[in-house]
Design a protein around this ligand. Structure first.
Ligand code: B1M
Length: 234
């Protein structure tokens, strides 16, 4: 009954009010409300991508600011993250449903020591929506896990995510190990995560830095086009 009341209340809000309410609900870790809000916006004709970026990602950005400033703590941020995932679960199949032609294969995972996975999951969702087959190897991956996954799945692209300044150098460990094994150039290596930038990506020997999930998709597509052109020429 309480849920029904909440749903009615959220339905009465206009789009902007509802989005702002969802930022508050995400902040408060209210997963049911996030599910309801996500469904309402979709029902009003919002694209899954618009709901994702304007309601969920922006809500998590606000959480991040108060986490940084010591206003929110890990348990609260975990609840916010779980609420965000409830919304993402609704959007995932819709984003994958675009009927995009098959593009290629990507293995993606968050590096060793790092358990942040929302950004990586979002990249996976968007890549699937763009027609990529995605093998998501999860969080806290040592170099061996990356090597096993690329050996098993033979992807076109290896994606790595890191959200901490302390874990992002681990990307170099993975890339250097690939070099030692003589397999670095068999894969396109894309890296992303809030503390990274292009300079860092160059330093560690990645092919490209992806600022966000949309850039990851565009970059991956560009590399696939290049690969096809090279095959056609060779
Ligand atoms: Co963490 N955390 N956290 N945290 N956390 C940050 C990253 C932090 C910036 C917060 C802050 O202080 N402002 C800070 C890092 C500071 C630093 O290193 N400079 C921080 C810290 C310090 C910590 C802990 C150390 C806190 C503690 O324990 N005292 C701890 C570390 C745990 C660990 O990993 N070992 C910790 C823990 C956690 C939670 C578990 C509570 C939770 C994670 C839950 C989860 O992921 N399941 C959490 C969260 C949620 C955050 C913030 C608030 C939000 C991250 C997020 O999900 N953003 C974050 C603050 C912030 O980033 N502003 C913070 C939304 C997401 C959509 O964006 O991940 O950037 P993002 O992904 C984007 C792009 O970066 C890019 O595309 C994505 C989509 O557009 N991208 C890629 C990401 N990966 C990519 C890979 C690609 C391509 C693009 O491959 C091709």
């Amino acid at each position: 009954m309480a849920d029904e009341d909440e749903e009615l209340d959220l339905n009465e809000l206009d789009d902007q009010e509802l989005v702002e309410q969802m930022w508050d609900d995400l902040y408060d870790g209210l997963a049911d409300e996030i599910v309801t809000g996500t469904n309402i916006l979709l029902g009003r004709g919002w694209t899954p991508y618009k709901v994702l970026t304007e309601a969920l990602v922006e809500g998590m950005r606000i959480v991040g600011v108060d986490f940084r400033d010591g206003i929110l703590f890990v348990p609260e941020v975990l609840m916010a993250a779980n609420s965000m995932k409830s919304g993402m679960n609704i959007l995932r199949p819709l984003l994958a449903e675009t009927g995009a032609p098959p593009q290629g294969k990507m293995v993606i995972g968050t590096v060793k020591g790092d358990i942040h996975d929302i950004g990586k999951n979002l990249v996976s969702m968007m890549m699937e929506g763009a027609g990529f087959e995605v093998i998501d190897i999860g969080i806290n991956n040592p170099v061996e896990k990356y090597l096993e996954a690329i050996e098993e799945h033979k992807p076109d692209i290896l994606g790595m995510s890191a959200l901490l300044t302390t874990t992002m150098p681990y990307m170099k460990v993975v890339i250097d190990t690939m070099k030692e094994k003589g397999i670095r150039d068999d894969y396109v290596v894309l890296v992303g995560g809030a503390p990274l930038n292009e300079e860092f990506a160059n330093e560690v020997g990645a092919d490209a830095y992806c600022r966000d999930a949309a850039v990851a998709v565009e970059t991956a597509k560009e590399y696939m086009t290049r690969k096809h052109n090279q095959h056609a020429a060779g």
